[in-house]
Design a protein around this ligand. Sequence first.
Ligand code: 2BA
Length: 111
Amino acid sequence: MSMKLIISIVHSDDADQLMSALREGGFSSTRISTTGGFLREGNATILVGTDEMNVSSVLDIIKRNCHTRTQYVNPLPPVMEPGELYMPNPVEVQVGGAVIFVLDVERLVKY
Ligand code: 2BA
């Protein structure tokens, strides 16, 4: 049976609940504190290593515990002349529920 590494980037507010649900489902997980390149805000990256046959169960757990959120970003101001006033129009961005990568694991070694 081949092993997979599921890398899931989720909202920080969903991470604790997701890790509890994974534990209840019998899955080990690791949380890394990360930062999104676009919003420059903290998010959480959850690593789960498991047999290939469990991948869909893990994806289900992630789907049930991670929620899409709407956030607003202020676009960068244009180049202005002195005295000009810039009124930013916030842009709506949908974040998550989860961005997930599933990778092949060559081997798992524990010492
Ligand atoms: P951020 O990079 O902070 O992106 C937050 C949200 O902003 C994204 O949500 C997306 O809706 C929007 N966004 C990102 N780049 C954009 C752009 N150039 N123009 C317009 N809108 C943009 P998600 O797609 O749900 O991504 C959530 C977080 O997942 C991202 O946070 C990033 O940390 C990670 N992520 C998403 N796609 C990735 C990828 N291909 N590789 C690595 N990390 C990724």
